[in-house]
Design a protein around this ligand. Sequence first.
Ligand SMILES: *[C@@H]1O[C@H](CO)[C@@H](O)[C@H](O)[C@H]1NC(C)=O
Ligand SMILES: *[C@@H]1O[C@H](CO)[C@@H](O)[C@H](O)[C@H]1NC(C)=O
Ligand SMILES: *[C@@H]1O[C@H](CO)[C@@H](O)[C@H](O)[C@H]1NC(C)=O
Ligand SMILES: *[C@@H]1O[C@H](CO)[C@@H](O)[C@H](O)[C@H]1NC(C)=O
Ligand SMILES: *[C@@H]1O[C@H](CO)[C@@H](O)[C@H](O)[C@H]1NC(C)=O
Length: 291
Amino acid sequence: MSGSKEDSRRASSDWRDFFWNPRTHELLGRTGTSWGLVLLFYLIFYLFLAGLFALTMYILLLTLDDYKPTWQDQLDTPGMMIRPKGDQLEIRFSVSDPESWNGFVQNLNSFLTSYNDSHQVQLNDACSPDQYFIQEDSGEVRNNPKRSCQFNRTMLGDCSGMEDRFYGYSKAQPCILIKLNRVIGMLPGKDGQSPYVTCGAKKEDREKMGPLIYFPVNATFNLMYYPYYGNKAQVNYTQPLVAVKFLNASLNTDINVECKVTSNTLMAGSERDKFAGRVSFKLRIDGQEDQ
Ligand SMILES: *[C@@H]1O[C@H](CO)[C@@H](O)[C@H](O)[C@H]1NC(C)=O
Ligand SMILES: *[C@@H]1O[C@H](CO)[C@@H](O)[C@H](O)[C@H]1NC(C)=O
Ligand SMILES: *[C@@H]1O[C@H](CO)[C@@H](O)[C@H](O)[C@H]1NC(C)=O
Ligand SMILES: *[C@@H]1O[C@H](CO)[C@@H](O)[C@H](O)[C@H]1NC(C)=O
Ligand SMILES: *[C@@H]1O[C@H](CO)[C@@H](O)[C@H](O)[C@H]1NC(C)=O
């Protein structure tokens, strides 16, 4: 009993000695000099790490180009998107219910604001069509900012929202705008042949889809809008569009439409990337026949 008390007293004094040993002047088993050396070692070690990190970062930043992404998905063919963009690419409305299509009209209105002819004249050049608008940098000398070509809203004809403010939605002849995702440096055609859009439906839906009309003529993304040099270099870039208008789509039924781009340089969407160069959406127009 007393032995164990003795043990515990000794243990506690050992512990106190370990924490601060007045005889050897050791704190936690090390002398002041030893502690100093340990701290000095870690200080130098961490300074070294921080320096290494800063140096790596600096070298990495030096290799980045403000105007070009260093890494960009090397897709053979970029994706496409539609406007208006409904939930899950579904354009569904009832002709007689303006509430059901007003959102689409607003969406198109705001999307097309920068395409107004008056605006385009201020921003961009009238370029010569069917050829690339090349503006390369000469060596280290930047040729920035780069100019862009006009895409006038009136080029969208019946789908411009100028004559028909409702883009056909009030007449069961809706317009859908199609754009090709931007890829810096992409050259989407050769021999003056611009890529063009075609829309279709699966066999059972083909009848239901009815005839289509495209704007601009030939449904092309003209070559003059390429190559794209990036948002920072080409500040006023206006993305070319193709509008498709459904002239006599069946009412009260779902129509699965697929639009794709055809070009003599871009590959057709492979199995690996089903979204390359194509976009699918569901169209459903509710209403009564002959209105
Ligand atoms: C663009 O044109 C439309 C139709 O003419 C007009 O309603 C709209 O206010 C114009 N927007 C701008 C920014 O000029
Ligand atoms: C765009 O519209 C403006 C004004 O109407 C016109 O001066 C210009 O030539 C048009 N540009 C193109 C490429 O059609
Ligand atoms: C961009 O548009 C503005 C007008 O809004 C014009 O002053 C400027 O020159 C344009 N810049 C380029 C590079 O086209
Ligand atoms: C449309 O295509 C036809 C036949 O390929 C061609 O003759 C015509 O010049 C094209 N029109 C435009 C405006 O590019
Ligand atoms: C529209 O399509 C229907 C069949 O869905 C057809 O009966 C009708 O004649 C077509 N109208 C026009 C103007 O083509």
